[in-house]
Write a protein that binds this ligand. Structure first.
Ligand code: HEC
Length: 216
């Protein structure tokens, strides 16, 4: 009788033992997703597969997003401080450039794709997420409207001492948005993580009397 019971239990024991293979862990799911991504893309032209590699900020923010558990304050600080270190401030102290050039860069989505070359001038693609000028009616709304940005930020003259803090913040924000907001969805336009940034031109929204022009 006892023996029969033991035999009867065998399939159940086997099932329990193999439980880990029947039910993949979260790590297994992560690996499967990463493999699927890797296998779905192929390197072409200047667009290589290293773009799929997440840095610490991307990984931490993606996890926070997936779990619905916001980053804790300590981790946010670590990410922001690390990103702040990548910001290059103008060596000549000039933050403002030609706003018309800024508008062109804000409009352009060119650069870094497989149909671009290593010397293609990168655009900022700013209108994808921001309203900037009143004339351009095709814009995304993921980011806040930057129409009248200076006024909204209380700056009437970006050359004045009173406007200095916001002008500097704007430069840094464009260079690396995560320096101020760990999980910002804004591309890190000047960050070294992005290939081709050595030629990147960054501008502030053209509603400034002049726009910030960075050439590095
Ligand atoms: C993929 C979307 C996206 C793109 C592209 C983008 N941004 Fe942003 N931007 C955001 C989001 C979202 C915020 C608000 C969250 C934050 O501050 O990180 C933001 C914030 C900003 C701010 C700060 C506004 C404030 O009042 O503090 C500025 C300035 C800005 N963006 C300028 C630009 C410029 C200039 C470009 C192009 C070079 C650009 N953005 C491209 C999404 C984007």
């Amino acid at each position: 009788m006892k023996r029969t019971a033991a035999f009867a239990l065998l399939p159940l024991t086997a099932l329990m033992l193999s439980g880990c293979t029947l039910f993949p862990s979260a790590a297994d799911h992560d690996k499967a997703a990463a493999d699927t991504l890797k296998n779905s893309f192929q390197a072409r032209g200047i667009a290589k597969l290293d773009r799929l590699t997440q840095d610490q900020a991307n990984a931490e923010c993606a996890t926070a997003d997936a779990t619905g558990k916001p980053l804790d304050e300590k981790m946010s600080k670590v990410i922001e401080e690390a990103n702040m270190k990548t910001v290059k401030w103008p060596t000549d102290g000039k933050f403002l450039g030609d706003w018309k050039e800024g508008e062109k860069i804000a409009q352009s989505g060119r650069g870094l794709t497989w149909t671009d070359t290593a010397t293609t001038e990168n655009g900022g693609n700013c209108y994808n997420c921001h309203q900037i000028s009143k004339e351009e009616i095709s814009f995304g709304t993921l980011g806040p409207s930057l129409y009248n940005y200076g006024k909204l930020r209380g700056v009437t003259d970006p050359n004045s001492a009173g406007g200095k803090a916001i002008v500097e913040y704007t430069w840094g924000k464009l260079w690396n948005a995560r320096a101020y907001n760990a999980c910002s969805q804004m591309p890190r336009v000047g960050a070294p993580a992005r290939p081709g940034v050595a030629r990147q031109q960054v501008t502030t929204p053209p509603r400034w009397p002049q726009a910030t022009g960075v050439s590095c």
